[in-house]
Each structure stands twice: as structure tokens, then as C-alpha cells.
Design a protein around this ligand. Structure first.
Ligand code: DCP
Ligand code: MG
Length: 430
């Protein structure tokens, strides 16, 4: 009697041939790049992240760099933006001071970043993703979530193979490599894409979610930053496995809504949807500083100015926005966005600004920012925007004042009226 266990579904990432049994090399092309997973044909949430993004683009454009350690960075900030995987073997890392990086790897070739070029390449990759599903949510210049649920009829193959095909296409047509994480939720897809970099393809199914997460640090959980991790550590909690043994009520009593997130994510429960690119359906303005800014008052002043810009654009385009989005970039290029949905849609600088300040309040502390932006999304008809506030009469008065200022601006131009916040602000703007 045969006792062999049926092989899980699998295919070759190079020639895409399905593999009928589990083996080390592809039966057709001999490649060792095979993926197998019992849930392979069911999983549809992916996270894709380009490998050593800026460095890969530079290597693509100068083939003599192929086998050399390459560092992208320098300029005014004097830190490493990224480096290729050869430089990483020598210990070079993102955000490291350049002099340290060169101590670790003196033979490295250092290249100044060319942001316009990387943005172009990032867009090219994003367009290829959007050809597969409208549900593409970019997280940064080089990474995005994709939801491929229900696309099998369209593509005539399961998401896993669609993704492998995409990775192959990006290599062939863009000339850089990506890593893919495939799972049933965003949280695990994002962790998966980082597991086998570069040129990786990692799958995390529902069956192994708990055991996969158990030994990992709580810092893998989305929303657990340094400060919160230190608080958890002080409470004796280091691993996700420890969280898995705790009651939801207990975690919520200790850590509030974050506690609920810990409870759910530690068990691999994450029902956040992949939200397609909001940028196209929002109006925003931002400012990049020459030197990073941590001063709260300074940030508030800039926020006022850019809120006014956004309001002016809303009014000009004849739309109102329902959700205010604050965007911050830290000195090391990490981006944070914070949203708040308003009770009613707005066109008013004052409402956008005040909501922005509330969101900003939670983010400032020791951090210094290189960019601040504010915008509104969920754009709608302005007919229902900004009803008089029966509770806060001040707000109604401010709204009326803003209307009067708009009239004056239309008559005498933008510079004619400045509010207390923007008056006399001489910071460089972009
Ligand atoms: N970046 C930066 N400064 C940082 C981190 C990143 O300027 N501290 C830039 C350069 C990276 C790009 O953002 O190329 C994408 O960031 P990733 O974290 O995805 O890093 P890489 O793509 O470079 O490498 P990996 O293969 O680890 O994804
Ligand atoms: Mg990357």
C-alpha cells in the first residue's frame, strides 16, 4: 500500500511550469526556483517590494557596476539611502552615516540619488501591477499591496502564478528584481515579501500563520514602534507567541485599541482591505525642507500654509473632501500617513488645518521631518460640505471669515491676505 502524501501544488518561477510532484529542480527547465504550498492556489493578497531599489536601478543603467558593491547616498545628508546586496555582505545598511559605510566597505562605488529616475521606474512597475488588478495600494516608491482575489477568471491562472509572471516581466522589461510575499492578509503578505530577498517568493498560509508568527518579535507587528515595544518589553512581552496566549480583554485593558490590534494580528487576523492608490483621487500640497524640522510650531506654521493651498485647490476644482490625510517623511525617508474622516466633507482651510494639527500632535516628539504634506481624499460634491456648526459657533465664525478672505483673495490675489500662522514665514518652499 502506498503511504505517500500527495504533493502540494507548485510551479517553477522561471518557466512557470506546474510541478506535479515535490522536487528540487524543475522537471522542464532545471531551475531550482520552485514554489510549493498547500494553499498556493487560494491565496490572493500580495506585497511586492523591489530589491535594493535605487541601487538596482543604477546597476541596470551601468552594467560595469554589476559585480561591485554600490552605495546610493551622500549629498547633504551624508547617509546611505540604500546599497546593493554585495555591499550588504560587508555590513553596509540604509540610514548608516556614509563615513561608517565606507569604513565597512572602502571599495564601494558611491552614487548620488537621482530621485526623478527612481520615481519614473517606480511608476513603471506600478503600472504593470495595475494591469493585473485595480486593487493596488502603493506604500512607498518601491512597494505595494495587491489584491488579486477573483481575478482567476480574467487571468486563467491563480494569483501565485500571475505574481511570478509579473516578477519575471519586471526583470525583463524594467531590468530590476522584486520580492513577492503571498498570503491571505496584508500583515503576513508584507512580512513574507521580506523573508527571501532578493528575488524572493514566500508564501504564508492560514495553516501555519500562528506557528510562523509565534517566535517573532512583537516589533514585526504593524504599529509597534520602538516606544511601544519598550513598553511591552517592560511588561515582559517580547514575542508574538506570548501575545497569542493572552486574552483580548486583558490586552485591551492594558493597551487600549492598540491592545485589540495586538490580539488580532498576533493571531494572524487582519481584515484591512487593499485600498487602491488614493493619490489620484485626492487633493494635497506638501513642503520639503532643506534641513529636517522637529520644531512643532514651525511644522504647524507650514501646515497652515499648505492647508490653505489645498482649500484653494478644492474651491477651484469645485469639490470637497471627506477625509483629511497628513503625510510626514522622517529624515531617513520613512513615510507616515495619518487619516481622519470628518463628519461632513469640507472645502475649508481652517477645518483641514485643525484636523491636520490634531493628527500632527500625535506624531511629533523626538522625530525630525524632511517633508510635511496635507491633503483631502474621498472627494465629493461640495453641496453638503461645511454645514454651520451648531455646537461650535467659533467654527462657523471662522468659516465665514474664510469665505470673506476667499473673496478678497479672488479680488486682490493670494498675497493680499495672510493669516496669523503664515504671516512672516520665510522658510524655503518647494
Ligand atoms: N530609502 C532611503 N532611506 C532609507 C530607506 C530607504 O532613502 N533609510 C530609499 C532607498 C531604497 C528605497 O527607499 O532603495 C526603498 O526602500 P526599501 O526599504 O525597500 O529598501 P531597498 O529596496 O533599497 O532594499 P530591500 O531589498 O531591502 O527592499
Ligand atoms: Mg525595497
Amino acid at each position: 500500500m502506498s503511504t505517500s502524501i500527495p504533493s502540494p501544488p507548485g510551479f517553477c518561477r522561471d518557466c512557470l511550469t506546474p510541478q506535479s510532484e515535490e522536487r528540487k529542480r524543475c522537471g522542464r527547465c532545471g531551475s531550482p526556483r520552485l514554489v510549493y504550498h498547500a494553499e498556493l492556489d487560494r491565496l490572493a493578497i500580495a506585497h511586492i517590494d523591489c530589491d535594493a531599489f535605487y541601487a538596482s536601478v543604477e546597476k541596470r543603467d551601468d552594467p560595469t557596476l554589476a559585480d561591485k558593491p554600490v552605495i546610493i547616498g551622500g549629498g547633504k545628508r551624508g547617509v546611505v539611502s540604500t546599497c546593493c546586496y554585495i555591499a550588504r555582505i560587508h555590513g553596509v545598511r540604509s540610514a548608516m552615516p556614509m563615513f561608517k559605510a565606507l569604513e565597512a566597505c572602502p571599495e564601494a562605488v558611491v552614487i548620488k540619488p537621482d530621485m526623478d529616475k527612481y520615481a519614473r521606474v517606480g511608476r513603471q512597475v506600478r503600472t504593470m501591477m495595475q494591469e493585473l488588478t485595480p486593487l493596488v495600494q502603493p506604500l512607498s516608491i518601491d512597494e505595494a499591496f495587491l489584491d488579486l482575489s477573483g481575478t482567476e477568471l480574467l487571468h486563467h491562472e491563480p494569483p501565485a502564478r500571475v505574481l511570478a509572471r509579473l516578477a519575471r516581466r519586471i526583470e525583463a522589461e524594467v531590468g530590476i528584481t522584486v520580492s513577492v510575499g503571498l498570503s491571505y492578509c496584508k500583515f503576513l503578505a508584507k512580512i513574507a515579501s521580506d523573508l527571501r530577498k532578493p528575488r524572493g517568493f514566500a508564501v504564508i498560509g492560514e495553516t501555519e500563520a500562528l506557528s510562523f508568527l509565534a517566535p517573532r518579535s512583537v516589533t514585526s507587528i504593524w504599529g509597534v514602534g520602538k516606544a511601544f515595544a519598550a513598553q511591552l518589553e517592560a511588561d515582559g512581552i517580547r514575542t508574538i507567541g506570548q501575545l497569542q496566549t493572552m486574552e483580548e480583554g486583558d490586552l485591551m485593558r492594558r493597551y487600549g485599541t492598540l491592545g485589540q490590534r495586538l490580539y488580532r494580528l498576533s493571531r494572524g487576523k487582519d481584515d484591512r482591505r487593499v485600498e487602491p492608490d488614493e493619490e489620484a483621487r485626492s487633493i494635497s500640497a506638501e513642503t520639503t525642507f532643506d534641513d529636517d524640522v522637529s520644531n512643532h510650531d514651525e511644522l504647524v506654521r507650514v501646515l497652515r500654509r499648505i492647508s490653505e493651498k489645498v482649500a484653494a485647490r478644492l474651491k477651484k476644482s469645485g469639490v470637497a473632501g471627506h477625509t483629511v490625510v497628513l503625510k510626514l517623511k522622517t529624515g531617513d525617508f520613512r513615510q507616515r500617513t495619518r487619516n481622519r474622516r470628518l463628519e461632513d466633507p469640507t472645502q475649508l482651510a481652517d477645518r483641514i488645518f485643525r484636523t491636520g494639527v490634531t493628527l500632527l500632535e500625535k506624531e511629533t516628539g523626538a522625530d525630525a521631518f524632511r517633508l510635511i504634506g496635507i491633503g483631502v481624499s474621498d472627494l465629493t460634491d461640495p453641496a453638503r460640505a461645511d454645514p454651520p456648526d451648531l455646537v461650535d459657533e467659533q467654527a462657523t465664525r471662522r468659516a465665514r471669515a474664510e469665505g470673506a478672505m476667499d473673496l478678497l483673495r479672488n479680488k486682490f490675489g493670494n498675497k493680499a491676505i495672510e493669516t496669523g500662522y503664515t504671516f512672516g514665514n520665510t522658510r524655503p518652499r518647494r
